[in-house]
Ligand binder design. Structure first.
Ligand code: SAM
Length: 222
């Protein structure tokens, strides 16, 4: 993955060192996950005027009324997926492409779906510029998943829906896991579902959160 000159000034290196230290202090203790966060140039996925906030613990607007999630939230979701490297992952909500770029370094293949054409196109070209070859970005309604490419070992939903979309659970491989925010419009519970070997699902709640809306057939109707 190429790193921009902007990331190599002494100030930029210091900012990114502090960023990684903050992630470590917040409990991100998997060296592979920390390496992925060290290597993905988050500032290049953010509008130029807002780049000085790239490594702060805050969501940032990326246009079309959408945001790139705060890095700590991305880290929590990434850790919750318990990736070992061999997994096929489905991401709903490509947005800037940041979560997809992180996942690309921790899994074997990532299928990512975005409903807004401009975001899908710009994430796709950013991933190409970074030299990421194991992520495919599709335009469409992610609440339906991509049954033609299922099953997935992991599914991550990066927008908040009223409840977990049933088609996504059905596209999980046996023992697979889905992580996503579900609940009210401005307050959701970050939840992890596991597909048990008897075909049922077990859920555990990882925390409270506030994501932009998951809009689609099995999400909010705008
Ligand atoms: N993973 C993104 C990142 O790393 O930048 C986070 C993006 S933002 C929090 C959530 C994204 O979900 C938005 O880009 C939004 O357009 C998208 N989204 C909402 N509903 C969707 C749906 N049904 N299918 C696909 N994408 C959806």
């Amino acid at each position: 993955m190429s790193v921009s000159p902007a990331a190599t000034t002494p100030h930029a290196s210091k900012v990114r060192r502090r960023f990684l230290e903050r992630l470590r202090n917040s409990g991100v203790n998997d060296p592979r996950v920390l390496r992925a966060f060290a290597e993905v140039p988050r500032h290049l996925l953010i509008p130029e005027a807002l780049r000085d906030r790239a490594y702060q613990e805050t969501p940032i607007p990326i246009g079309e009324g959408q945001t790139i999630s705060a890095p700590g939230v991305v880290a929590t979701m990434t850790m919750a997926l318990q990736l070992e490297g061999h997994e096929r992952v489905l991401e709903i909500g490509t947005g800037s492409g940041y979560q997809a770029a992180i996942l690309s370094r921790l899994a074997s293949e990532v299928v990512s779906i975005e409903r807004i054409p401009r975001l899908a196109a710009s994430a796709r070209s950013a991933l190409d510029r970074f030299g990421v070859t194991n992520v495919v970005v599709f335009l469409g309604d992610g609440t339906r998943g991509r049954p033609d490419l299922a099953p997935y070992d992991r599914i991550v939903v990066t927008a908040g829906g009223p409840e977990v979309p049933r088609p996504l659970l059905e596209q999980l491989a046996p023992d697979g896991m889905l992580v996503g925010p579900f609940g009210q419009r401005r307050s959701q519970k970050l939840t992890r579902f596991r597909r048990r070997s008897d075909g049922g699902f077990a859920g555990d709640i990882l925390g409270e959160c506030d994501f932009v809306d998951l809009i689609g057939q099995n999400g909010w109707q705008r």
